[in-house]
Design a protein around this ligand. Structure first.
Ligand code: MEV
Length: 461
């Protein structure tokens, strides 16, 4: 039996290593496989098999993060036929989940016949804070802040010059008294326009300078007592919540155009669809899954275009709860015989800087999209989220989600069984008219192979 110390971690896994990051990549791999793998050769071979053939490209990936051992592949697909604001696009999607690209493509083709996606950028402002503690006269601080306000702009001129030349910069700085919620807690809340860059570095650099400016100005002023001068800067950081960087995407058509000849009348479809949206508006359990589906469409394009999907996820979910209860990011209405379905989401994106000029596949994605600016990318990604949600709801309220999903999942099952191309073709053909389940797929595979069960054929089955 393995020796354990208080948690369930076996003792051999607790050996710390010093200076791991300084080791060469080869030495890192050796240490890892020696510590954690029985079959060391197999582990090394696997890591190496995922290296890029070209040393230069591999080095680029090695340098994106720290302690890189290998690459972790995610499929890169494309959903064509998106008509967005009058422009035809094929949207790149990096995602591991089957059905997502198919759903986006299906929705895109559906709405292509009905006028496509129309978007509006509602705002592009980003926010950051200097969080600080001040134990003193609040009015004195407020008056002083107004007196020195312009200094925040002048002290950051080195940082803002380029951004201003591009039409962006610092828009507004406010002093916020948060002491009612946390004793002595204040903020400098700043608003920024960062044009086509996501702007995190720009914003954080400005904020760190604001903190210095504030502290220096208070220190040098005769207005404050020694105790009041003890301002403590807690942190300077942008907020990933961007309720003032929002895009709306919508689709609409006369109800009669929702007839797909599948036995469900347009009126019945609209009723079922609208009810599903309404449920996601009032029921957080459903809203979470509903929005998860939207994020399938959003994240896949965010990743493919080199943007930060964790930031986008965080912002979207906070936005979904902005009215005090977590709810759907999409909404629909029927007015004068017109069905309208829309999404409103905060998307702080960049099309310059960061990975956008480094990662070859990101460059490819941006080329594929016709080199969009940040606002155009907001529109594209919002449309992708809306398309995804439309496809999911359409399936959920008509055929059910599993029919399409299992058809797409069938290939994963067959790959697990190590089916040959011919076997795959035969089995996919069989399931065109039969319900896919895991056991039915395995049974059909066994029948074709002429075996009782797949264990004898494949270790992975
Ligand atoms: C699965 O990844 C996403 C769905 O669950 C979304 C939804 O239920 O709306 C199908």
């Amino acid at each position: 039996m393995a020796l354990y110390i208080c948690t369930n971690i076996p003792l051999y896994m607790t050996n710390p290593i010093k200076g791991f990051s300084k080791l060469s990549k080869k030495a890192k791999i050796e240490w890892i496989v020696n510590q954690y793998f029985d079959n060391k050769e197999e582990a090394i071979a696997l890591l190496e098999s995922y290296w890029h053939d070209e040393a230069k490209t591999q080095q680029l990936h090695d340098d994106f993060i720290e302690n890189t051992l290998s690459n972790f592949y995610t499929p890169y697909g494309v959903a064509p036929n998106f008509l967005i604001d009058g422009k035809m696009l094929a949207i790149p999607m990096a995602i591991e989940e089957s059905s997502v690209v198919a759903a986006a493509s299906k929705s895109a083709s559906f709405w292509l016949q009905r006028g496509g996606f129309k978007t509006t950028i509602q705002a592009t402002t980003k926010i950051g804070h200097v969080h600080f503690m001040y134990k003193g006269d609040v009015q004195k601080l407020a008056n002083f802040f107004e007196q020195i306000k312009t200094q925040f702009w002048s002290d950051t001129q080195d940082i803002t010059a380029n951004m201003e030349a591009r039409g962006g910069g610092i828009l507004k700085i406010d002093l916020k008294d948060k002491s009612a919620e946390l004793a002595n807690y204040f903020q400098l809340e700043a608003r920024f326009e960062t044009c086509d860059s996501m702007g995190a570095n720009f914003i954080n650099s400005c904020l760190e300078q604001f903190a210095k400016t504030l502290q220096n100005a208070v220190n040098q002023s005769d207005l404050f007592s020694d105790a009041e001068k003890q301002i403590q800067i807690v942190m300077c950081i942008l907020s990933n919540y961007t309720p003032q960087c929002v895009v709306k995407a919508e689709v609409s058509c006369p109800i009669a155009q929702l007839d797909e000849g599948n036995g469900v009348s347009p009126e019945e479809f609209v009723e079922k669809f609208s009810r599903a949206v309404r449920i996601a508006e009032i029921e957080p359990y459903r809203a979470t899954t509903h929005n998860k589906g939207i994020m399938n469409g959003i994240d896949a394009v965010v990743v493919a275009t080199g943007n930060d999907y964790r930031a986008i996820e965080a912002a979207c979910h906070t936005y979904a709860a902005k009215d005090g209860k977590y709810q759907s990011l999409t909404h629909c209405e029927v007015k004068n015989g017109i069905f309208k379905f829309w999404i409103e989401v905060p998307l702080a994106l960049g099309t310059v800087g960061g990975l956008t000029s480094l990662h070859p596949m990101v460059k490819f994605s941006l080329d594929l999209l016709g080199r969009p600016n940040a606002q155009q990318l907001m529109s594209i990604i919002a449309a992708s989220g809306l398309a995804q949600n439309f496809a999911a709801l359409r399936a959920l309220v008509t055929t059910g989600i599993q029919k399409g999903h299992m058809k797409m999942h069938l290939l994963n099952i067959l790959n697990q069984l190590e089916a040959t191309d011919t076997e795959k073709e035969q089995i996919v053909d069989h399931f065109k008219n039969n319900t896919v389940t895991h056991s039915a797929a395995v049974a059909k595979f066994c029948e074709i192979r002429g075996v009782k069960n797949p264990e004898s054929l494949s270790k992975n089955a």
